[in-house]
Every structure is written in structure tokens, then in C-alpha cells.
Design a protein around this ligand. Structure first.
Ligand code: SF4
Length: 433
């Protein structure tokens, strides 16, 4: 059958979507570019925040219209929303025919076949004590590819749905990670992004995360290694040392702080104080000068006082993050914080969001403006379409995206790019002579 896959959410979902594509093609299904052309529409969803779910529900509303007029289309919803809401989702989204959780994706072709032959809705969204890592084959032609190294999470931050949608943390055996990295490298991939909910607590068959990085570094053909997400409490000196001593591991890290007030961090069950976070950042910057640090910040957590919020702003000023994923708190069903007192009005939360966003914009304008005239090695990711007149885009080691003119044959090359101007958070440049 012809299928169209829509992916919502994080790097983990992008990685899972590659597996879904592989599973579908092994079963003889073929991808198409639009939902209009498809017989099966797959949604790989995210439920980390209410806003993420609302995006999916609104998409489903549009697909329901298409289903009415398009005749015979089948809608299968996978990922965290399937895992969180299970069969209850059929009531809110009657246009959905199949539900499959992140651990059930290998069952998707059989579920499609069952639905087609019986017309009965299908739902499988339970955790497995294993996951299918191998034999799904990386997507060909990727210059930069995510590689899953762990799934699930044991941290139970009080606001987070992940331990309930993806289950306990399970690390992928190091041999299996390495086999996939080698396979990617032999297909021309130059950069791997090791992904998991908490990569730095990885333990795959006695290999910890710093040791895994050293093994991946030895794979010929791979010139850059990134990883995400790192939990601040698990960022140790050994990992910092491996980053400092490596020519392949990019000098950038995603290190979510979430909040700058210790009372809020404690209520979030994050396992560190702001001072401990800042101490780790200082040690990282000492060992890896100029390291880029991106983060997640959540404002309007229940009980967050104005003083707590200002402490978050203080941390933002001190670290000068290179990117921030900024969110308004939204309660997730079944998490401890959904029952916390001190819930803020939408206005309070939004005004803190706007204030934090404005500060980040000011910091970034200074930071990116300071890059004009400097030259960076960008890994060319290929053509881009967002900006007219420019043909290529690439990523600097510090994870800044840069747009420049050039021939699409340069995809996969590491090029020296001189930054010429900044537009919003985007950098534009020219190839250095
Ligand atoms: S570390 Fe916390 S926020 Fe991150 S996935 Fe685990 S529970 Fe969620």
C-alpha cells in the first residue's frame, strides 16, 4: 500500500520514524509525499506537552476531512500519544483506525493487514522489555543521521510523561550501536547523533557512555559525533574529558536546566541545584573552550514564584545559551505535578515566557552578530528550500545552521564558511577562498 508518514516531536521520534519507514518498506509498502496520494497515513506523535498533542489533534481533524472525501484511507497513530492514551484515544479521535506504541511498531504491517481484512480497529501500545534495534537498516543518502542508543527513562521528573509513554530506561548493546554507525558510514554518512532520553546514563553491556563515544570515534568515515539529551546530574568529568580530547565529538551539548530556582528544581525532581548545574557548565567550558550549550526552560511550573523565575533569568544571563527550547508548563495526565497546587494563570505563565524569550533573543542577537566575519567548518547537509536564492545549508561544530550558495554535489563535504549576515536565528555565509 502507499503510505505517508508524519513525524511530530523529538530526535527520538525522528529516529523511530526511520525504523517505521524501514518496517513498512520491508513489508512491501511504499512511501508517497502527500497524504492525498496515500492509502495509509501514519502519524508518529509526541505527548510531552499539551501543545504537542493539540497539534496532532488538529492535524487529525484535517485528515478526517480528507478521509471523508478521499475514500478508503486508513489512519494509524503511533508514538507517545498512543502509549499514553491507548484505546481511549479512539473516543476523542474516531478517525483513527490503528494505534501502535513506540515498542509495537514492528507489528504495524500485521495490524494494517488485520484492519484491511476485518475492518476492526487495532490497538497495541504496551512496553516491551526489549526493543527492535537491529536489522531495520539506516536510510540511505543521509549525511547526518540519528542513532538510537537507549529508550525510556528512569528519572521520573515530576512533570514528565516519558517514563509512562516509553517505559523504563533500556540501553542498546554497544555492538549493535557500532554496527549501525559502521553501516551508516559505509553508506556515506558523515555525522551521527547518538539519541536517547538520557544518553549519559547509558550502560550497554558494561560499556558506559564515555566508553561508547570512544568506540564510535574509531569508526572510519564518521567525522562528527553529537549526542542528545544529556541530564545535568549525569554529566561527569569523564564525559567532559572525552569531549575535550576528541577531534570528532562536536563542542556542543544539549543540557536542559528547566528552571533556575532550587525550590522549583526540587519540586521537578531534577536531582541538581542551579549552583551544581552552573558548576558543571563552568567545568565543561574550562575543558572545552567555547563549547555551545543549548537547554530546555519551562516557565510557570506550579508554585514558581517571581523570585524563582528571576533566578531562571539569572542563569540565562550567566550561561548565555546558544539555543533554548522554551515552554509554558502544561500538566500531563498521570504525572505527579498534575496534582500540584499553585497552578499559574495562563497570563502569568505567558508573561514569563515572553520575558524569557525576549532575553534569549537579545543574547542571541549579540552572540550571532559577533560571528559575522568569522569562518567556521560547516558540514554541508545539502540543498535547502526555506530561503530563496540560497542553495545549501550546513551545520557548524557548535550546532549553528548556516545557509550559503554552492553546488549540491558538496553535500557531505566539510566546508569553510565565512559568516556574512544574520537573520533572526539564521546565519548566512559564503565559502571561504
Ligand atoms: S530526564 Fe526527566 S524530563 Fe527527561 S525524559 Fe526523563 S523524566 Fe522526562
Amino acid at each position: 500500500m502507499l503510505y505517508h508518514l508524519l513525524t511530530f516531536g523529538c530526535q527520538m521520534n525522528i529516529y523511530d520514524s526511520q525504523k517505521i519507514e524501514s518496517i513498512m518498506s520491508k513489508s512491501g509498502h511504499s512511501p508517497v509525499c502527500t497524504p492525498e496520494e496515500a492509502e495509509v497515513i501514519l502519524l508518529n506523535t509526541c505527548s510531552i506537552r499539551e501543545k504537542a498533542e493539540n497539534k496532532v489533534f488538529s492535524k487529525l481533524g484535517r485528515l478526517a476531512e480528507l478521509k471523508k472525501t478521499g475514500g478508503g484511507k486508513l489512519i494509524a497513530l503511533g508514538g507517545c500519544m498512543a502509549s499514553l492514551r491507548k484505546e481511549g484515544l479512539f473516543r476523542r479521535a474516531p478517525m483513527v483506525d490503528i494505534l501502535f506504541g513506540p515498542d509495537n511498531m514492528e507489528r504495524l504491517p500485521a495490524m494494517i493487514a488485520d484492519f484491511v481484512s476485518t475492518g476492526a480497529r487495532q490497538a497495541e501500545a504496551d512496553f516491551a522489555d526489549h526493543t527492535i534495534w537491529d536489522g531495520l537498516g539506516p536510510i540511505e543518502g543521509q549525511v547526518s543521521a540519528p542513532v538510537g542508543i537507549a529508550k525510556g527513562c528512569d528519572n521520573h521528573c515530576s512533570y514528565c510523561i516519558v517514563p509512562y509513554t516509553r517505559g523504563p530506561e533500556i540501553s542498546r548493546p554497544a555492538d549493535s550501536v557500532l554496527a549501525e554507525v559502521r553501516s551508516l558510514a559505509s553508506g556515506g554518512c558523515r555525522e551521527v547523533i547518538l539519541v536517547g532520553q538520557n544518553v549519559n546514563s547509558y550502560k550497554g553491556g558494561g560499556v558506559d557512555f564515555p566508553a561508547l563515544l570512544r568506540l564510535v570515534e574509531n569508526v572510519d568515515g564518521i567525522v562528527r559525533i553529537r549526542f542528545m539529551t544529556s541530564h545535568p546530574k549525569d554529566l561527569g568529568d569523564e564525559l567532559i574529558g572525552v569531549m575535550a580530547g576528541s577531534k570528532k565529538i562536536c563542542p556542543s551539548i544539549h543540557l536542559p536546566i528547566q528552571a533556575g530556582g532550587d525550590a522549583v528544581l526540587s519540586a521537578m525532581n531534577r536531582g541538581y541545584t542551579a549552583e551544581e548545574y552552573l558548576d558543571k557548565v563552568a567545568r565543561l567550558k574550562m575543558a572545552v573552550p567555547g563549547a555551545a550549550i543549548s537547554t530546555d526552560v519551562m516557565v510557570g511550573f506550579p508554585g514558581e514564584t517571581e523570585d524563582d523565575f528571576q533566578k531562571t533569568m539569572d542563569v540565562m544571563r550567566e550561561v548565555e545559551f546558544d539555543a533554548i527550547f522554551l515552554f509554558n508548563y502544561s500538566p500531563r495526565p498521570g504525572t505527579p505535578s498534575a496534582n500540584f497546587e499553585g497552578v499559574h494563570s495562563r497570563e502569568v505563565s505567558q508573561s514569563r515566557f515572553d520575558e524569557a524569550n525576549a532575553l534569549h533573543k537579545t543574547i542571541m542577537a549579540k552572540k550571532l552578530g559577533g560571528m559575522v566575519g568569522t569562518t567556521h567548518e560547516a558540514l554541508c547537509l545539502g540543498p535547502q528550500t526555506e530561503f530563496s536564492g540560497k542553495k545549501l545549508h550546513g551545520r557548524t561544530p557548535h550546532n549553528h545552521l548556516v545557509v550559503f550558495d554552492g553546488d549540491s554535489k558538496l553535500k557531505g563535504e566539510t566546508l569553510k564558511i565565512t559568516i556574512t549576515r544574520v537573520l533572526g536565528y539564521n546565519l548566512f555565509g559564503v565559502m571561504a577562498k
